[in-house]
Design a protein around this ligand. Structure first.
Ligand SMILES: [Zn+2]
Length: 307
């Protein structure tokens, strides 16, 4: 169970061949030398590709990635666990040892699956929670800044400064910022005839205002980022890779491909609603499935062996 494994080129290569809308697709290995086409077949979560040219022969059976919704899957497994517990009790009561061992094994497997899925859920949730905590801390810091700024504004004697003087103070602060020394403030005080203590308060208020605007913008970025993390979290929960694809090489004649149209009631059976086939390319695959239904595709026939 690993949600990070990227599909290999080989997997993509066979997917592309299988879902190619071209009905009669030539084998790239031997296209020049014969008129054979690649045979295609599908069966639930598996498909088969085969080049039957006698000089070229190759065959692959590919099982698709299977995705589940973690929430639904855990709920399903918990239900099964409960029913297994009931069966275990029954087998103990009836003293049926072989039945007991069989159910016990399944019970352990189901419990492990639940733990793995719940851990995946928690790991995903952890990142989300860490970001929520971080934003909370940052917001608290921002609130303190807002409060300090308000406090100093209230301490300023506004009757001493008209808008023209305020404009001059802003100009000086913009030019000199944090480099303003006490000596410089005394000079300014003489120049504009405003007490040093008042000038200091104004400069402090300017500084806190600039910081507040800056931090407020940062907070907005964090919040935007959190939205992305939330979406990703939702996506990971709904599209958890429960089973990775497998590619098997077929021996000649191992699987018989007979000519059955796709989209009949057997071929169209979707099975478990929770298991999305290839959920990472859902929309893409929807289109492909539509195309796939239009074209004639063979259905896998095995010699009595279930695939
Ligand atoms: Zn070939």
């Amino acid at each position: 169970m690993d949600n990070t494994q990227p599909p290999t080129n080989e997997y993509n290569k066979y997917l592309n061949i299988f879902f190619n809308p071209e009905l009669q697709q030539k084998c790239s290995e031997c296209s020049g030398s014969n008129t054979n086409y690649i045979k295609k077949a599908i069966n639930d979560n598996e498909f088969v590709l085969e080049c039957k040219d006698k000089n070229c022969y190759w065959g692959r059976k590919i099982s698709l990635n299977q995705y589940v919704n973690i929430d639904n899957q855990v709920a399903k497994l918990k239900k099964e666990k409960k029913s297994l517990l009931y069966k275990i009790n029954n087998s103990v009561r009836l003293d049926n040892e072989s039945e007991f061992k069989k159910i016990q094994k399944r019970y352990i497997d189901v419990s492990n699956d639940i733990n793995t899925l719940e851990k995946k859920y928690t790991d995903n949730k952890k990142e989300l929670m860490e970001n929520i905590d971080m934003i909370y801390e940052f917001s608290s810091k921002l609130y303190k800044l807002f409060y300090d700024r308000k406090k100093i504004y209230e301490e300023i004697n506004h009757s001493l400064v008209n808008s023209k003087l305020k404009g001059e103070l802003i100009k000086i602060y913009k030019n000199e910022k944090d480099n303003i020394t006490d000596k410089r403030i005394v000079d300014i005080s003489k120049n504009i005839k405003l007490p040093s203590t008042e000038i200091k308060k104004w400069f402090e208020w300017f500084k806190l205002s600039v910081n507040y605007v800056k931090d407020n913008n940062t907070l907005k970025e964090y919040e935007q980022n959190l939205q992305d993390i939330k979406s990703e979290f939702q996506y990971n929960i709904q599209n958890f890779l429960n089973k990775s694809y497998e590619i098997n090489t077929l021996k000649k004649g191992e699987i018989k491909i007979s000519n059955i149209e796709m989209g009949d009631k057997n071929g169209d059976k979707d099975g478990d609603k929770d298991s999305d086939k290839d959920g990472d390319k859902e929309k893409d695959d929807d289109k492909k499935i539509k195309k796939r239904k239009k074209i004639k595709v063979n259905k896998i026939k095995t010699s009595g062996k279930k695939l």
